[in-house]
Design a protein around this ligand. Sequence first.
Ligand code: BGC
Length: 814
Amino acid sequence: MSDWTLDYSGFDAHEEGLREALCTLGNGYFATRGANEEAEAGDIHYPGTYLAGGYNRLKTQIAGHEIENEDLVNMPNWLSLTFRPEEGEWFNLMAVDILEYHQTLNLNTGVLQRDMRFRDRQGRETILVSQRLVHMQNPHLAAIEWRLKPENWSGRITVRSALDGRVINAGVTRYRELASTHLTPLSAEPLNEDTIRLVVETNQSHLRVAQAARTQAYIDEHRVNAECQLVQEPGYIAQELSFDVTQGQEVRIEKVVAMHTSRDRAISEPGLAISHSVAQAGPFAELSASHAQVWEHLWYRCDLVLEGGGRSQKILRLHIFHLLQTVSPHVVDLDVGVPARGLHGEAYRGHIFWDELFIFPFLNFRIPEITRALLRYRYRRLGEARRLAREAGYRGAMYPWQSGSSGREESQMLHLNPKSGRWIADHSHLQRHVNAAIAFNVWRYYEVTEDCEFLSYYGAELLVEIARFWASCASWNASRKRYDICGVMGPDEFHDRYPWATEPGLDNNAYTNLMVAWVLRRANDALERIGAERRQELCETLAVTDQEVAMWEEISHKLFVPFHEGVISQFEGYERLEEFEWKRYQSQYGDIHRLDRLLEAEGDTANRYKASKQADALMLFYLFSADELSDLFQQLGYTFTLELIPRTIEYYQQRTSHGSTLSRIVESWVLARSDRPRSLTLLNEALESDIADVQGGTTQEGIHLGAMAGTVDLVQRGETGLVVRDGVLRFDPCLPDPLPGLHLRLRYHGRWIEITMKGNRMTLSVSEGGAKSVRIAVRDQIHSFDAGQRLEFHCQPGGTDWRIINRSESTDSS
Ligand code: BGC
């Protein structure tokens, strides 16, 4: 066990789904679950392969409705590799005695390895070591290496290596009643004696996908002269290599795979492209070396070292690893968003939600080019967002709650409650707050990078159109002389309507309204920052008038924020809901994370109760510092006292089931300063979300990327008190117990800043290069840092007064 590996001993059929998700390998272009090469899809194994942005739509008749869903398509299974001794059965873990079995995901090198020893029904004992990678340097390549050694037998074996395009989307049990055949086979043929090729096309989006596999066997590094046969079916092609093996002699089998699609750039067509890619790809050892080198570079930028961190350190690395596999630097050249469940499974159909809010803080400070690309995914869908707004009777751009290929609303109209077996109307598209999140992400990206070009050409337009949307949502309430935003849902998905109302939607969700007040101001700020010329161009193109800008300003000062019992109300009228009997339900059901489903199955509804699935109002304290909130409340003309924060936290803490993995991240952060033990407990629970599948079966359907990135951000922000405000990178470390050691590198305004915290010391070094100095504050003291400088601070145990004890030129030039 090391901080760099995820290790499993023994094969456990029940755990396989979870292992497959956690051992997924990917490179941002595509990812493949950690299913065994020899396994067939079924109840135990699910060898899914997903292309970033590889969607397709299908219609299904369900509960008397025709519904259309867009899914991230399960692409042909390129893993397929198996063997059989002459007269024996194809290798199948369920049919042999497993003598030894270890599975290791190496996070450092991005290689998945299985070490196996087994005995078949005829008493043949075999050692098999399998290694696999999805190439991080060339995103079109993947490779498998098998080392097979007959321990007590000799004879002829047949190795079968296939490309299987007969796959459907069957990874989520709840979706099984929905149409799931997305691929049309086009061709399956040999390219030469050791290479096969498969071409398929999605049946609605017409995405053509081609795969090629080159399979070769070696003994003592000499190519084996195998007898070769082909097996061909529509959508399937396999190559069977037969040759002799000798007891004690290792045979090495290499399968090198290439994949291209009709969306790729710089190719003629995918079938031709894979032929070239696979022919040019080096052997496994060469691919493995170049792959490891890119991972080394990624880790140099992205690692976060927690000395003595043990299991937490390992999990943090696992989270960084999966984040980088989903949105690697390769997405910079793609038109893709960040799917909430990674490219690791089919839950939520690979859709893109507001989870970016939890993911971008990590990327902004490491590889902001990725954030920029992911924000451009939103920018390209501005036209569709404008259409959505117009059709709903609003102005500007209204982004969908769930987004896929085109940016239309992909939220389902009906969802299945597995507890009751009923299909229920789904109103989650009313979570308009996703629009505030996109605007927030634009601004935070800009603050960390100072990327003026992005702001001028994309960011400002996004902010303006989102501000315009919100302004058109706000309605004047003459009786209280405030603006309302009605008929929406907040992040808490347990509440989609008032129990006394017939129509879905809630009024004045506090989180939404405060975010809107903030966004309206940022739209103004963006117009000011981009310079007079560009401002004029943009305002003319978008027909933004001074009156409109003045209106945003007016609304940003007069939005309504509900309160009750001295706390922020999640939404207006929240106080009229009934208290939920947490203890009774807990003792009745045990796991009540998804009490909405339990209640619906009982004929009741979560809408009646003061019970939230996830942090909603508390999001405000997650996203804004106390100073920013104080400014925001002041801007709105509400009295803000610091006590409002702990009171509101305490109130909702007791009324949240954490039915979303995002929830613990938020709660851990908001308690970081006031209740460190509870905050750490929540952080530890959040760290366990996927590795221990705390929701009891959801991780096998895909990882929770927001929670994964959120934990890393929590550690980096929690320990250092990191925030960017007014062009200053601010640290406010609070170390009640001396920290064993935290080491990380952040990119800020184009510079790398190396941060080490140990005991009561904090060291900051700024990388060489660049003419401009950066402004960094520790507590409230602002320091101007020049390139190559290093500052060391010291603080009394438990104190907050950080003093400089050393200032020098840094020798580091990272
Ligand atoms: C949460 C949402 C989240 C979605 C995708 C849901 O369970 O309630 O906040 O965006 O999962 O992760």
